[in-house]
Design a protein around this ligand. Structure first.
Ligand SMILES: Cc1cc2nc3c(=O)[nH]c(=O)nc-3n(C[C@H](O)[C@H](O)[C@H](O)COP(=O)(O)OP(=O)(O)OC[C@H]3O[C@@H](n4cnc5c(N)ncnc54)[C@H](O)[C@@H]3O)c2cc1C
Length: 665
């Protein structure tokens, strides 16, 4: 069958499942589905309107069988070409899957189909005194499914986490068309976080169980005008160091103050908006501290809202910044690097220099608390010269973000636009792992193909080599085991896991390599006892995000005994079963670049890789008590086994923990 006949046959079969009126091939439909929130435009071959979640698996099965690409699309507001049919194929329009099927305030969750508009969920929760934390500026028109696929964020991310931290369960359909119900807190590796946040490249999210929270009794909004961005960042650092986590810490530069026509005191170069929520007395106390820090760093003026009208007035310029910049020209590029807070001033300087060097119209807004900066550049794509300059500037900005040890995407995702820049941030070993995961789930490369991963380029980075003797010894030992196909049990302090047979002993990986008081992060080798680490941190009034317990820090992470610990782990070093050493992440608070291997490894119990080091966000106050789960072995699901083959083809690591010794053969 030639390609055209193959396509027509697939369309015929899909028509019989969902009705011919749901398969569109007319000019208007193709044109309307040829773009998203990025400058890329490519017409698809067809648009398939999915009328209900029930029919989706049959449609996907047909497309997969005929090897026809499909591209999930909900509201198409993403900035990176995620919904573009770069390899042709069909747009799957999921916007009709827009039902909120349950709100359970007793148990703190809501169930929503992927096409539910974020704001519709917020509006449904508001009268019940609840809210859903992810609050992208596009919330009035983007969907919870699109937010999940990209791990979207917003001002509240600093306090309440980005989308990935607010998903409890998901219904997910991989290209083969089976319906999976994934639970983030189920035993074993966190496959939910990997599949859901994959920008549609591993399959489709149909339904989400989302964490909802009771609204706080008090809210205080303060705006501050500073002489320099450096002063702004210094005030932010003091606020975080004092243990205050505002529900918003939003900053803007002078260019944005000008385009939004914000009245400012003379000499203002930067603006900071701080919103505090919590109990009234705590909020009042924190507000006084915050104002003190701002004064210390040369605040020119502060304003505090005492009514909802005043609050909205203070938010007005920050909320209208992107739109005001967009009015300057027909096109807008919006970038979203995430930088370790301490590197923010220099990264801001580099980006400002790049914008200036190319004479572009642009400025920066920031989620300053989590180091997420948004350079927004207005341009006219009909002006070829200007467009070329923008492309070069974007590339240089992505390089500057990576050079500042940051991520090229903190919340927008990669799509097509940033896929080449993945080579600035990830080493070849990590890119190869991502590609192997894609191949395992989508062997025909039909699910949103040619997104996220660089198509042609290889990494610009040199492979990391650990500078520590003990880690090098572990790598050597793993390589020997791999050559001899010797199975090993990975263990550190043997608190819960009683290893069998050959042992890969990580207990000598016990160094605390870096306590970073500016970024409030610690980098520690995996075999370090939690008690030792906690005692060291306490000397600097720093605390782990869970109560002190027995065992090693790597063991606690790998066995997922505290539900939300993975939300605090920003980087991991690990050794694959063939001895490849991989370093992922950094000292940035949130990340939307690449597959979420860090979360996947939480709960993996040494089944996939030997963790050698972690970077953990620490707290300025002792955490409230939280439930510690029993350490328990797990029976791997089909998806967990599929990933086992990607990480550890010969079942070298910890097969005994699951009984997978037999299962993977
Ligand atoms: C004015 C404006 C402001 C913005 N502000 C923010 C902000 O503050 N924070 C932020 O994070 N983003 C922001 N964005 C970007 C955008 O709104 C977000 O990325 C949003 O999460 C995209 O949601 P969507 O429903 O439009 O998804 P789409 O654009 O339709 O899809 C996004 C990606 O997810 C995939 N996808 C969609 N649905 C599914 C599904 N059901 N299953 C699997 N894959 C799927 C798509 O193929 C695509 O790759 C802004 C955009 C605009 C235009």
């Amino acid at each position: 069958m030639n390609n055209n006949n193959k396509f027509l046959q697939a369309v015929k079969e899909i028509n019989s499942v969902i009705g011919a009126n749901n398969v569109l091939r007319d000019e208007a439909a193709l044109c309307l589905n040829s773009f998203d929130g990025s400058p890329v435009r490519i017409r698809p071959d067809a648009v398939i309107n999915i009328p209900s979640a029930e029919v989706l698996p049959s449609v996907i099965k047909i497309l997969n069988a005929y090897k026809i690409p499909f591209i999930p699309r909900t509201a198409a507001t993403n900035h990176d070409g995620g919904c573009i049919a770069v390899k042709g194929g069909c747009i799957l329009n999921l916007s009709a899957l827009n039902e909120i099927t349950l709100i359970d305030t007793q148990n703190g969750y809501a169930v929503a189909e992927c096409g539910v508009i974020n704001k519709d969920l917020q509006d449904a929760l508001e009268p019940l005194g609840f809210f859903y934390a992810p609050d992208p500026a596009s919330m009035a028109f983007c969907t919870v499914g699109g937010n999940a696929a990209l791990n979207a964020g917003g001002p509240r991310t600093l306090k309440y986490g980005s989308t990935a931290s607010n998903i409890l369960k998901a219904e997910f359909v991989p290209p083969q068309g089976e319906v999976l119900l994934l639970d983030r807190h189920a035993a074993g590796p966190d496959v939910l976080s990997l599949l859901v946040k994959s920008e549609g490249t591993l399959g489709i999210i149909t339904k989400l169980w989302l964490k909802i929270l009771p609204k706080q009794p008090a809210l205080k909004t303060i705006s501050v005008y500073f002489k320099t961005l450096q002063d702004t960042v210094a005030a932010v650092e003091d606020i975080i160091r004092a243990g205050i986590i505002p529900s918003a810490l939003e900053a803007m530069d002078k260019a944005n103050l000008e385009v939004t026509k914000t009245p400012c005191p003379q000499g203002t170069d930067a603006f900071l908006l701080i919103e505090l929520d919590g109990k009234k007395s705590a909020v009042e106390k924190e507000a006084l501290q915050v104002l003190g820090f701002c004064q210390k760093h040369n605040a020119l003026k502060t304003e505090t809202a005492s009514s909802q009208e005043q609050r909205l007035a203070l938010w007005k310029s920050r909320k209208s910044a992107a739109a005001a910049m967009a009015k300057l020209a027909p096109n807008l590029v919006s970038l979203d690097g995430g930088i370790p807070r301490s590197n923010l001033p220099s990264a801001i300087g580099s980006v400002a220099d790049i914008i200036k060097k190319y004479g572009l119209r642009g400025g920066m807004v920031f989620h300053a608390g989590d180091g997420n900066m948004h350079p927004n550049i207005a341009f006219d794509e009909r002006n070829v010269y200007e467009t070329l300059k923008v492309k070069q500037a974007v590339k240089e900005i992505n390089m500057a973000e990576a050079a500042a040890k940051g991520t090229i995407s903190a919340e927008h995702g990669i799509g097509v636009e940033k896929r080449a820049a993945m080579a600035f941030m990830f080493e070849d070993s990590a890119l190869a792992l991502f590609k192997n995961i894609k191949k395992a789930f989508d062997p025909y490369n039909v699910s949103n193909p040619d997104k996220v991963l660089p198509v042609a380029s290889s990494s610009r980075l040199k492979a990391s080599v650990p500078d520590d003797e003990e880690t090098l010894k572990i790598i050597k030992r793993v390589k020997e085991c791999y050559s001899a196909k010797t199975k090993v049990s990975i263990c550190a302090l043997k608190t819960n896991f009683k290893p069998k047979g050959e042992i890969l002993d990580l207990s000598r990986l016990n160094k605390i390599t870096d306590i970073d008081k500016n970024n409030f992060m610690v980098t520690v080798q995996a075999g370090t006892a939690v008690k030792t680490l906690a005692a060291e941190l306490a000397k600097d009034n720093m605390y782990l995000p869970f109560p002190v317990c027995k065992g090693s820090i790597g063991g606690v992470f790998a066995s997922k005994i505290f539900d939300n610990f993975a939300d605090y782990v920003t980087a991991v070093d690990f050794v694959m079963a063939d001895g490849t050493f991989i370093r992922l992440g950094g000292k940035y608070v949130k990340n939307s670049a690449g597959y979420d291997i860090i979360r996947l490894l939480s709960g993996s119990m040494g089944f996939y890789a030997a963790l050698t080091a972690l970077t953990v966000r620490v707290c300025a106050v002792k955490p409230a008590t939280c439930v510690q789960r029993e350490f328990a072995a797990f029976t791997p699901s089909e998806q967990q086994l599929k990933l086992k083959k990607v990480f550890d083809e010969y079942n070298i690591f910890n097969g005994c923990i699951t009984g997978a010794d037999n299962a993977t053969r």
